[in-house]
Design a protein around this ligand. Structure first.
Ligand code: SAM
Length: 217
């Protein structure tokens, strides 16, 4: 069974209603092109791509258009987001209808096996450490051998925030829910490495965000 949705500050997951079912996240519109450029060298030549926590769907629609060689499966924990994802993806034949997925639940990898690419953005700071571990470990299980795992978002560098703004954002999250907040990229890479994946060099993106890339042997 899914966990109840967490109480988050308004700034944590912005989704502004647009025409039809579309929701719009200004941050997604801002960061999609830098993410796209950064992931391009790692995107597999063919196969299945699973996006976790697709949000409004603006990212996955852009990815599916940019990488037509892959079949893209968007997902999110919030049923209300699925219609928006489908609306952004209208007309893209390589983008499957969005499906519900709580990626912090144990065992989900068995229902989503043989993924050539799994990616998500802006999720780990919104969930607890235990939930983050589950997301990361299940994703590594769902990948095929040679599959690529890509994570984008805000991270601590060791125990340091990249900026005052990051520190304030973390405090606002933690104030709403003491279980959640920023994780260090080293902690994430440690979990992914322990699960047997090889980490590529860290990629710095605008607004102090990081892109972590790992590959399953
Ligand atoms: C800040 S939004 C990011 C959306 C999108 N990835 C982006 O970067 O624009 C966080 C998203 O994570 C989803 N989410 C939260 N907990 C989740 C979970 N346990 N499993 C899957 N999705 C989750 C929320 O519903 C929301 O759509």
């Amino acid at each position: 069974m899914n966990n109840p949705p967490r109480k988050l500050p308004k700034t944590a997951s912005v989704a502004i209603p647009q025409a039809g079912a579309k929701l719009h996240a200004p941050s997604a519109a801002r960061n999609v092109e830098p993410i796209l450029r950064a992931i391009t060298p790692y995107v597999p030549a063919s196969g299945r791509a699973l996006e976790i926590a697709s949000g409004t769907g603006e990212h996955v629609a852009r990815y599916a258009a940019a990488f037509p060689q892959l079949q893209w499966q968007p997902t999110d924990i919030e049923p209300a987001r699925l219609a928006s994802i489908d609306a952004w993806g209208e007309g893209l034949s390589n983008l499957l209808p969005a499906k519900p997925l709580d990626a912090s639940q144990p065992g989900w990898a068995a229902a989503w096996p043989k993924q050539d690419l799994i990616l998500f953005s802006n999720l780990l700071h919104l969930i607890s450490d235990a939930e983050a571990i589950m997301v990361l470990e299940e994703a590594t299980l769902a990948l095929v051998s040679g599959g690529v795992f890509i994570i984008y978002g805000p991270f601590l560098r060791g125990d340091k925030f990249a900026s005052e703004g990051d520190h304030r954002f973390h405090e606002s999250l933690h104030g709403q829910d003491p279980d959640i907040g920023y994780k260090s990229y080293q902690w994430v890479q440690g979990i992914v490495s322990s699960a047997g994946l090889g980490c590529a060099p860290l990629i710095e993106l605008p607004a102090n965000n990081l892109l972590l890339v790992a590959r399953k042997p």
